[in-house]
Design a protein around this ligand. Structure first.
Ligand code: RRO
Length: 315
């Protein structure tokens, strides 16, 4: 297979991406400059830092620490507020085959509904990502671990929201949890799920200083990078086996090479997002991984992602 014949195009329903890779929410996507840089790269689009109704400073620093295997963060949702990201999304969505995914993460159900109302009334007609899995808000649980709370917020949302909605999920670890979340999500007209957010409330210890490495929450924070890839693949696979086909999957977690994208797509990802490694490497990661993925596909004789998506074999 000639590499020039290989397509890395992807889609979520009617939304087309000229490349399967995007940044993951939270990484280099908090300002319009950073977002524009992603849109001008080889990525198929960008996702905006999860927004709250008003701007927020987030948690105290240091609140992110890189390690040889990934990173830990407890950012606490620092962002410029919904209006800032909504304006960017309205202005840039759909240009040049690039999608802008607008991420929101209210601190309460009411804040989420308020933002969804504002988006419903806006001129933005792209994908909206409702983040139900932020692990770093002091005193708050991750909504997506409470299945009835997820059903409740989606019931309220779809009474008025007619645009295309995705849900950012946390990692699940028990097969019954996969069954339960899929039972809820399959009852709604959701465009996609994005799996996974960081593995919540990990702890990294520095044995030399005998200390934690980030300040908020006594050092507890969300893990990303190599630590999370097998968990992410399991979540993409388990959800693909359970969700109705109309719900697409964005695979996020532990991607830093073409091989990692290949594995996510084999497990069923329609689109993938890169968090920790994009933080380390910046936008050149999208061209490097595109080349690596194309080489793997060429060797295997695949010309499009559809040729192997979801086709993971079992023994
Ligand atoms: O801002 C954060 O602390 C944060 C969020 Br909203 C999230 O969804 N996931 C994460 O690892 N950090």
């Amino acid at each position: 297979m000639l590499q020039s014949k290989i397509s890395l195009k992807a889609n979520i329903g009617k939304y087309e991406f000229n490349n399967v890779m995007l940044n993951a929410a939270g990484i280099r996507c908090a300002t319009t400059d950073e977002l524009t840089k992603v849109l001008n790269s080889e990525a198929g689009g960008c996702v905006t830092k999860s927004a709250t109704p008003e701007p927020r400073e987030g948690n105290e620093s240091p609140r992110m620490k890189a390690t040889p295997l990934g990173c830990i963060n407890s950012m606490g949702l620092p962002n410029h507020g919904l209006d800032y990201y909504l304006k960017f999304a309205e202005e840039n969505q759909g240009k040049d085959g690039k999608q802008v995914l607008l991420s929101i993460a209210g601190l309460t159900v009411d804040q989420n509904l308020e933002m969804l109302h504002k988006i419903q009334e806006s001129s933005f007609n792209g994908l909206v990502e409702l983040n139900l899995s932020c692990p770093n808000i002091k005193g708050e649980s991750q909504i997506a671990y409470d299945f009835e709370a997820v059903r409740d917020i989606l019931t309220k949302t779809f009474k008025f929201f007619t645009k295309d909605l995705g849900i950012k999920l946390p990692p699940y670890f028990d097969l019954h949890q996969f069954d339960q979340i899929a039972d809820v999500l399959n009852d709604f007209p959701i465009a996609y799920v994005n799996s996974i957010n960081s593995i919540g409330n990990g702890l990294i210890v520095n044995p030399e200083t005998e200390s934690v490495v980030i300040k908020p929450k006594g050092g507890f924070g969300g893990l990303g990078g190599d630590y999370v890839k097998p968990t992410a693949l399991a979540n993409v696979r388990a959800l693909r086996l359970r969700l109705k086909p109309e719900i697409a999957i964005i695979g996020t977690g532990g991607i830093k090479s073409g091989r990692d994208v290949f594995e996510h797509v084999l497990c069923g990802a329609n689109v993938v997002q890169i968090g920790t490694a994009f933080g380390f490497e910046d936008v050149k990661i999208f061209s490097r991984i595109s080349k690596e993925l194309s080489e793997i596909m060429a060797e295997k004789g695949y010309s499009s992602l559809d040729d192997f998506r979801g086709k993971l074999k079992t023994l």
